[in-house]
Design a protein around this ligand. Structure first.
Ligand code: 8X3
Length: 827
C-alpha cells in the first residue's frame, strides 16, 4: 500500500518559508521580533563573568571558598554590563547581544590559551571571539588559573590504570571516550532550585533569616566560626549581589524610559524599572513580577557556576499558578499576556548558549545545546492531578512559538486527564520534538524506594534530558561518568586492546577471542570487562566527589536549598545531612552490545555458520570484502523487536550493572545509578569503536539511550516499548532514567484518528512504566533535503537526546545518525 506523503505542521511551515523565501522566524509576536534580531547573530564568547571572577578571586585568596564565590558574584553584579533588549519584557542577560556563552575558568581555564584561537572555526558549535576578548582571555584570565583548575587537579589524582581509560596521553586532557568523566567540563550536574522560596520570601527574606542566624551563632565555637559563619555571610552577600544586579537593571530601564519616545514602550520600561527594583528582593505581587523574579534567579545561577545542561526551571505551571490565578481573577492580566511573557522568556533562554571549550565538552553538547527544562502536569504533592490552565498555555505556546526553548517536559500519570493527553499528542504532532514525556508511574515509586516521602516524590521536576529531581531533597550534583560498553566488547575481541588505540593494553586481557568455546564463556569475559569499566568510573567519581568540594562553591544554589541552609553546608560538599544523593553512570551502546552478543550467539555458536576467527577477520577489515558475513550478522535477532532472544541479554547487562552499584555505591556514599541517557555522545563514543559484531561499521555512532540500533527495530514502535519493559529490572532500584527516541512519519499520526492512536501509544508507554519517551514526527526526506540545502532549513528543529536543536547546526555525523533512526509508519 503506498503511503500518502503527509507533512507535519513544522514541515508545512518550512515549505512555506522556502516558497516565499522567508528567512526569519515567522510569528507575529513581540518575542518573534526579538528572536529575529538575535537568531542570525553568530554565537559569541562573553568574557565578563570569567574576568570579574578572576579579579575577585585574586583578591580573596585564603578565605573560605563559599565566601570567595559570594564575593565574586557581588563583584560581577556590581560591574557587569546590564542589558535591556528592544521590546523585551523580561531582563537579566548575563552576556552580550545576540547569542552568547560565558566563561568558567575555575573549571578549565588552563586550556584557554591553547583552544581560544580555534573557537571561531571549529566544526562543532563554533563561537566568535573578538581580538580584544581573546587578549583578555589569554592575558587577564587564563594565567591566574593555570595549576588551579579542577580539570588539572582531577587529572593528577588519577592512577595510571584509570587514566589510560580516561584521557589520551598525547593530547592533554582529551577524552578517549572509553570511561569518560564529564566533571572537567561542568562543575555540577543539573538540578532544580527551590523557586517557591524566592516567590514566598524574596531574597530579602532569605537574607534576613541568615542575618538572624548569624547573630545567634556561638561566638566561641570553632565550628560556628569556620563553617556556619562563612556559609551565612556568603548567603547574605549573594542575596545582596542578586538584589544589586536587579536594581541595576531597574536603573537602566528607568533611564531608557526617560529617553523613549514611543509612549507604549515608555510605559513598559517604567513598569520594568519598578519591577526590577522590587523583585527578586521582595516576594512578587503579580504574575509578571513572579516571572521576572524567577528569571533573575535562573540567570544569576548561570553566572554562579557551570551546571551541565542548566538548572531546571522546575514545575512552572505549579509555582506560578497562584500568581496567574490571582491576576486573571482580578483582571490584571489576560491569557495572551501570560503567553507573551513566557515567550519573552523562551527567547531570553535561547540567547544563552552553553559554551564548552574542551573538545569533549563540545562533542557531548552538539547544536549549542543546553537543556532548559520546564515541567508541566503530573501530580500535586498530595497525589491529585496537577494539570491546570498554565499547563495548557505552556503547551499552546510550544505549538505556536516553535523555538528550541524551553525543553518542555510533560509528566504523565494514570490520572492524566484526556484533554491533557490530547494536547500533549497534538503538540508532539507539530513535529519539533516537544514535549518529552516523563512517567510518574515509573519515577515516583523509584524515588520512594530511595527514601523520599510521598510529598517529595510526587513533586519531582524534570531536569536535564531525562533526570527527575526533588528540590530541597536531592543533594548530589557531581557530574557523572559515561561508559563505553561497546569498547568493553571490543576489548573482549582484541584481548584488552582497541583498534583505535593500537597496541596499548587498555582494559583486561580476558583471553584470545578465537578460543572461546561457548557463548557463556564469551559472555562472562564481556561481563568482566563491564565490571572493570564500572570500577574505573567509580574510582573517577570518588576523586570527583572529593575534589569538587575543594574547587567549587554555590552560595546561591545552597541558599535555595533547605537542607543546605539547615546544615550550613554548601551543595558541592560530599554529604549534606538529610539529603538523597542520586548519582549516575551511563551505559553507552546498550543495543550495540546486546545485538553484537546476540549475533555471536546465533551465528557462531548455534548456527555455526561462522567461526570466531572468521568473525574477527571480518571485523578487522571493517567488513570490506566480507559483506556476506555482515549480512549474516545483520539478520540475527536485534533488541527493540520484543524478542526474548535478545532481551534476556539486555536484562542481564542491566542487572549486572545494577548489582555492581548496589555493592559498591555505598563506598562513594551515593546511589550511583545506572542510566541510559547519552545526549549526543553516542556519536563521539562510536568514533573510537571499530566494527562490531552486530554489523555496525567502524567508527559510526553507537545506539543511543535505550533505543534500538539504528534501523534494527523492524517490528514497529510498540515492540521497542516491550523490549524496554522486558529488559528493565523493576525489582532493583540501582537505576535511573532510560531515554527513548521514537521517529514517526507524519502520515501515521494524521488527523484526529492519528491523534487518538498517538494517545493510545503514550498510554501503552505509561502502562509499561517506562521512564521517558520523545518523538520526532517528520519525514526522513525532509532531513535529507536539509542536508542538501541547509540555507532553506535553518528553522528545522529535530529531537536529539533530551532536547531539540536546529538540524543544520549539527555535525554531519549527528545529522546522519538522526536520519538513520528507524522511521515508524504506524503506531
Ligand atoms: C543530560 C545528561 O549527564 O547532564 O541530562 O544529566 S546529564
Amino acid at each position: 500500500m503506498s503511503i500518502e506523503k503527509i507533512l507535519s505542521p513544522q514541515e508545512e511551515r518550512l515549505q512555506d518559508e522556502i516558497k516565499n523565501n522567508v528567512k526569519t522566524f515567522r510569528n507575529r509576536s513581540r518575542a518573534a521580533d526579538i528572536l529575529n534580531t538575535v537568531r542570525n547573530a553568530k554565537p559569541q564568547i562573553d568574557v565578563e563573568r570569567g574576568l570579574f571572577f578572576t579579579q575577585s578571586f585574586k583578591e580573596t585568596e585564603g578565605q573560605a571558598l563559599n565566601l570567595r564565590w559570594a564575593k565574586a558574584l557581588y563583584h560581577y553584579a556590581a560591574n557587569a554590563t546590564v542589558y535591556i533588549d528592544d521590546n523585551q519584557l523580561l531582563v537579566g542577560r548575563s552576556g552580550k547581544e545576540g547569542r552568547y556563552g560565558i566563561l568558567y575558568p575555575e573549571l578549565d581555564g588552563n586550556i584557554y590559551s591553547e583552544v581560544i584561537e580555534r573557537m571561531p572555526t571549529r566544526e562543532n558549535s563554533p563561537f566568535a571571539v573578538s581580538e580584544e576578548d581573546a587578549r583578555i582571555i589569554t592575558e587577564e584570565i587564563a594565567p591566574y588559573w593555570v595549576g588551579k583548575t579542577f580539570h588539572e587537579n582531577f587529572e593528577k589524582s588519577l592512577t595510571k590504570e584509570t587514566e589510560k581509560l580516561t584521557y589520551n596521553p598525547d593530547k592533554e586532557l582529551t577524552s578517549r571516550y572509553i570511561v569518560n568523566e564529564t566533571a572537567s567540563f561542568r562543575s555540577s550536574l543539573q538540578w532544580v532550585h527551590d523557586y517557591e522560596i524566592v516567590l514566598e520570601k524574596g531574597f530579602k527574606g532569605i537574607k534576613e533569616e541568615a542575618e538572624e542566624r548569624l547573630k545567634a551563632l556561638d561566638e566561641y565555637s570553632p565550628l560556628d566560626y569556620t563553617e556556619k559563619k562563612p556559609f551565612l555571610e556568603a548567603t547574605i552577600i549573594t542575596c545582596d549581589a542578586i538584589i544589586l544586579w536587579a536594581n541595576r537593571h531597574g536603573e537602566l530601564a528607568a533611564q531608557l524610559a526617560e529617553q523613549e519616545e514611543n509612549s507604549v514602550r515608555k510605559k513598559e520600561l517604567e513598569t520594568l524599572a519598578e519591577i526590577c527594583h522590587y523583585v527578586p528582593e521582595n516576594p512578587p505581587r503579580t504574575f509578571y513580577e513572579a516571572m521576572q523574579a524567577q528569571w533573575f534567579t535562573q540567570m544569576f545561577s548561570r553566572v554562579e557556576q557551570k551546571t551541565g545542561t542548566i538548572i531546571s526551571n522546575g514545575r512552572m505551571d505549579q509555582y506560578l499558578y497562584p500568581f496567574y490565578k490571582q491576576d486573571i481573577e482580578a483582571g490584571r492580566i489576560t491569557e495572551d499576556q501570560v503567553q507573551e511573557l513566557f515567550e519573552c522568556m523562551w527567547v531570553a533562554m535561547a540567547q544563552f548558549i552553553d559554551l564548552y571549550l574542551s573538545e569533549t565538552g563540545g562533542a557531548f553538547n552538539e547544536g549549542y545545546a543546553h537543556w532548559e527544562a520546564v515541567t508541566i502536569g503530573g501530580q500535586t504533592k498530595e497525589g491529585y492531578d496537577a494539570t491546570n490552565e498554565l499547563s495548557y498555555i505552556l503547551l499552546k505556546s510550544k505549538r505556536e512559538f516553535p523555538l528550541n526553548y524551553p525543553d518542555l517536559a510533560a509528566r504523565i500519570h494514570m490520572g492524566s486527564p484526556k484533554r491533557y493527553l490530547y494536547e500533549v499528542a497534538e503538540t508532539i504532532k507539530a513535529g519539533e520534538g516537544f514535549p518529552k514525556l516523563l512517567n510518574d508511574e515509573d519515577v515516583v515509586p523509584l524515588l520512594l524506594s530511595k527514601g523520599a516521602t510521598f510529598e517529595e516524590a510526587y513533586d519531582y521536576s524534570v531536569s536535564g534530558c531525562a533526570e527527575c529531581r526533588m528540590p530541597n531533597r536531592d543533594t548530589y550534583t557531581s557530574p557523572n561518568a559515561y561508559i563505553n560498553f561497546a569498547a568493553a566488547l571490543e576489548m573482549v575481541i582484541y584481548n584488552g586492546k582497541m583498534a583505535k588505540y593500537g597496541d596499548e593494553v587498555l582494559g583486561l586481557e580476558t583471553g584470545k577471542f578465537e578460543e572461546y568455546k561457548s557463548f557463556e564463556e564469551l559472555l562472562q569475559a564481556f561481563l568482566k570487562q563491564q565490571r572493570h569499566f564500572i570500577k574505573h568510573a567509580f574510582i573517577q567519581q570518588r576523586e570527583i566527589i572529593r575534589l569538587r568540594a575543594q574547587h567549587f562553591a554555590s552560595p546561591l544554589g545552597s541558599a535555595l536549598h533547605q537542607l543546605c541552609r539547615n546544615t550550613y553546608t554548601d551543595i558541592h560538599q560530599p554529604k549534606i545531612e538529610g539529603g538523597i544523593d542520586l548519582g549516575y553512570f551511563e551505559y553507552m551502546g546498550y543495543a550495540t552490545v546486546i545485538d553484537s552478543l546476540a549475533a555471536i550467539k546465533r551465528v557462531v555458536f548455534e548456527e555455526k555458520r561462522l567461526t570466531l576467527a572468521q568473525l574477527k577477520e571480518a571485523l578487522e577489515h571493517n567488513f570490506e570484502g566480507y559483506e556476506t558475513i555482515r549480512q549474516l550478522l545483520l539478520n540475527a535477532p536485534a533488541y527493540g523487536n520484543d524478542d526474548p532472544y535478545t532481551d534476556w541479554i539486555g536484562k542481564l547487562l542491566d542487572r549486572e550493572a545494577q548489582e555492581f552499584t548496589q555493592k559498591y555505591g555505598d563506598e562513594l556514599g551515593v546511589h550511583m545509578d545506572l542510566r541510559l541517557v547519552p545526549f549526543t555522545s553516542h556519536v563521539p563514543f562510536g568514533k573510537v569503536v571499530s566494527a562490531t559484531p552486530n554489523g555496525r561499521f567502524a567508527y559510526t555512532p553507537l545506539s543511543d539511550g535505550s533505543s534500538a540500533s539504528q534501523g534494527a527495530d523492524i517490528n514497529g514502535p510498540t515492540a521497542i516499548l516491550l523490549s524496554n519493559y522486558v529488559t528493565k529490572n523493576f525489582n532493583m532500584n540501582g537505576h535511573a532514567g532510560r531515554l527513548l527516541n521514537i521517529k514517526l512519519s507524519p502520515s501515521c499520526v494524521k488527523g484526529e484518528e492519528g491523534t487518538e492512536k498517538l494517545i493510545q501509544f503514550i498510554e501503552a508507554w505509561r502502562d509499561l512504566k517506562l521512564w521517558h519517551i520523545q518523538f520526532n514526527v517528520l519525514n526522513t526526506d525532509t532531513l535529507k533535503e536539509a542536508q542538501k540545502s541547509p540555507e532553506n532549513y535553518r528553522n528545522l528543529l529535530v529531537r536529539i537526546a533530551g532536547y531539540s536543536a536546529y538540524f543544520t547546526e549539527l555535525t554531519k555525523d549527528l545529522q546522519d545518525d538522526i536520519i538513520s533512526r528507524t522511521q515508524h509508519e504506524a503506531v
